[in-house]
Design a binder for this molecule. Structure first.
Ligand code: MG
Length: 458
């Protein structure tokens, strides 16, 4: 099996190479068994859903087969956003869920992600136990103990209702504004839920790429370089704001009323400003997210907790700390009133709530946020030297504060460098944030020279 990637969030690959119906059936059967044992239920129920990829239905049927065959009942949601599936696992009191989505990866990719009974992805320790079980022989159920399959058509509404019930958002006031909003769902799973939520919020909605065909209208990662068409649409229609999501709707990008992409880091920053103005509590984000989070937290007299990169690490810490807002700098907003997982749909409601509360344009609100610049670089070296370099990173810039939660993060007054092993390639990533792009690049270069004095790098 070529190009299969296993990680704490599940397995992914190109369809027919790293992932196929045969393999997902086996994974699903093991997962069904594990959840039955862990939650010691006679009738285990697992929720299955997928994004819009063309390979999704074939894989979903294979996943369902694996689950039913080990005696697990399945509720199939069809094409839904990842946060919709996660929430429904909790709401339907299921013992777990399987999400078939390769998130922002290109259309030929697919993946399966495993959800626990709490409506969050498996915690890393549970996931690593799960991966160890895969060599065991599967014990299939007897003919009279096979699971039952049902479908559920209310999943999307359950999610929308939960968002509309967020107490601190003034839904009525948003409705009165009749905002003109452009939404680009990239023909992913958001094509139904996102425009529906926006209409529920009284918006005049201009839809782009709402057909859940899996034929992505552009590179599906919601980065500025992939969002030129929606920027033009916002301008053309004189819209108040534009939203773009990735195919499984857990990352949100915002386009301001002038048709400019305001940058994925700003999704969480704007949401944090809104929530902290109404609810007190610490912010949780990963180590590589902008230090503007600290500036905002300071404004409201709270702290920022930094976790390892990965949604589950952020969500888990938020739950432990009862944090009111958190997420990741890639446009992943976590609103605990809905669930402890990234949710672009809830994110849209928060952003509209914020512009309504402040009665300002989105560009004006984005301008209030301190701006920093990032630089990314990498060290390519022999695989056996990687650990040696990571160790060396602990000794450079001896006078500075260092965080070793995930690789080494070296923290200066208003700059930081994050040095970590890549999870997927034999390289070390060097990531930097500073006041200007020039300075961020400079620190990256300087750091690499300190770590690799005699070698060249890219
Ligand atoms: Mg995603």
């Amino acid at each position: 099996m070529k190009e299969q990637m296993k990680s704490v969030s599940g397995i992914r690959g190109i369809f027919g190479q790293g992932i196929n119906p045969e393999i997902v059936t086996i994974y699903a059967a093991h997962f069904g068994k594990m959840q039955t044992e862990r939650h010691s239920k006679k009738n285990t129920k697992i929720i299955v859903g997928r994004d819009s990829r063309t390979t999704g239905e074939a894989l979903a049927n294979a996943v369902i087969a694996g689950l039913l065959a080990v005696g697990v009942d399945v509720v199939y949601l069809g094409i839904v956003a990842t946060p919709t599936l996660l929430l429904n696992v909790k709401e339907l009191k299921a013992q777990g869920g399987i999400c078939i989505t390769a998130s922002h990866n290109p259309a030929q990719w697919n993946a399966m992600k495993f959800v626990d009974a709490n409506g969050m992805f498996l915690f890393p320790e549970v996931m690593s136990d799960f991966l160890k079980r895969l060599d065991d022989t599967i014990e299939y159920a007897q003919w009279n103990k096979i699971g039952k399959l049902s479908e559920d058509y209310d999943a999307v509404w359950r999610h929308i209702k939960k968002i509309l019930a967020i107490k601190y958002i003034n839904i009525e006031k948003i409705r009165q504004k009749r905002y003109k909003v452009v939404i680009d769902s990239v023909n992913g799973a958001g094509g139904t839920i996102s425009p529906t939520l926006l209409r529920e919020l009284g918006c005049q909605v201009i839809e782009m790429n709402s057909q859940p065909t899996g034929l992505f209208a552009h590179n599906p990662e919601p980065l500025a370089k992939n969002l030129t068409k929606i920027c033009a649409e916002v301008k053309k229609h004189n819209a108040d704001i534009g939203f773009a999501t990735d195919p499984d709707v857990d990352r949100l990008a915002i386009i301001d009323e002038r048709g400019r992409c305001i940058g994925e880091e700003f999704s969480l920053l704007l949401a944090a400003k809104f929530v902290l103005s109404l609810k007190k509590g610490d912010v949780v984000t990963n180590l590589s997210t902008s230090m503007a989070n600290e500036d905002i937290a300071k404004e409201y007299g709270v702290n920022v907790h930094r976790t390892k990169v990965g949604e589950i690490n952020v969500g888990k810490t938020m739950k432990e700390l009862k944090s009111p807002i958190g997420g990741e700098g890639n446009g992943g907003i976590i609103c605990p009133e809905v669930n402890y997982t990234r949710d672009a749909i809830a994110g849209m409601a928060l952003i509209l709530g914020y512009i309504t509360k402040r009665e300002k344009k989105i560009s004006e609100l984005a301008n209030e946020i301190p701006k920093y610049a990032f630089a990314k670089n990498k060290i390519e070296t022999d695989i056996e030297k990687i650990n040696e370099i990571i160790e060396k990173a602990k000794t450079i810039y001896p006078e500075t504060k260092k965080d070793t939660t995930d690789g080494i993060k070296i923290i200066f007054e208003k700059e930081w460098i994050h040095i970590r092993k890549s999870g997927t390639e034999p390289i070390i990533r060097v990531y930097c944030e500073a006041k200007t792009e020039k300075r961020a690049k400079e620190i990256c270069e300087q750091t690499i020279k300190l770590l690799m004095p005699t070698e060249t790098h890219k």
